[in-house]
Write a protein that binds this ligand. Sequence first.
Ligand SMILES: [Zn+2]
Length: 342
Amino acid sequence: MGDLYLRFDGYDDLKAILSESDENVLRRLGRPALICIPGSDRVPRARVVSCLLHGNEDSGYRAVLEMLRAGARFPFDLWVFIGNVRAASHEGWFAHRFLDDQEDFNRVWGLAAPTTRMRRCADAVLDELRGTDLEAAVDLHNNTGQNPFYTVVPRPGYETLTLAATCADTALLWGLRAHTLMEELSPRCPAVAIECSLPARRTSTLFAASALERFLAARTFDDERRPRHLFEMRFRVTVRPEVPFAFGGTLTDDLDLILTPGLDGYNFGMLLAGTELGRIHPGAALPLEVTGMAGEDATDRFLTARADGRVVVTEDVTPAMMVTTVVQTRRDCLFYIVRRRS
Ligand SMILES: [Zn+2]
């Protein structure tokens, strides 16, 4: 497994690497890295922090390096995984979520019969963690649109909600089934992804650092707290694949949908009934689709096209993870509709 990722035990071999800039650390690593910082207690407990599973999401990575540079030790073994180093250092810094010849590094955990280096790497990391007494795990990410800081909770239980509340005020319940690292660890310990808003921003890195600090300083996660704002995923809104579209600008012979720019500012807030999501040529059918988590079509419940070509929402909805680019919309979806849980 030595060639799948670099393995560090303690700070001895890390120190020289950590003295470099964040970018040069990536250059020195050249591949994923799994670091174990042995605990100051002899109690065999462990926590996991992962970052950079998406190569363009720098905030968690920078926060993790800052923590490691301080040489911190904890009353538990701390396992740190730094994921898609190749994507993060290809064609500039933090420019790619993953490369064209790669899969998404947060979709390869716990798959049977690993066929690729990335999948084998994921398996080998899980193997190393198998022998540990895991107490909790967090995975640091950024969003592609404007969002408040929040956690993604794959498996709600009171310890997991306490962990979520420790890290951020807002949490989103999401039965992913997407082979993410946190999903894979969640049967073993409380595990959440921490979403640190937009990448390449000082405020995002500062939040990542503070969430990480709270995670590492928490004595336990069994004191039953809930995030102040708790949402669950309900529907997914996509642009029909045949429809050429843009964010902002005007309709042309080549563009059949203009989406209203800036709607990501409403993430985890409210889009009131009547809010315009975009414009189409009058007479064209709805270019957006709304699908429930079980695959049921709910387009007519939430959206309509007015005679003048305005596409509007027909009831008040809370959007989440609204994106701002065509590529991201095509890759996943335009946004999700979430519902507040009491
Ligand atoms: Zn991510």
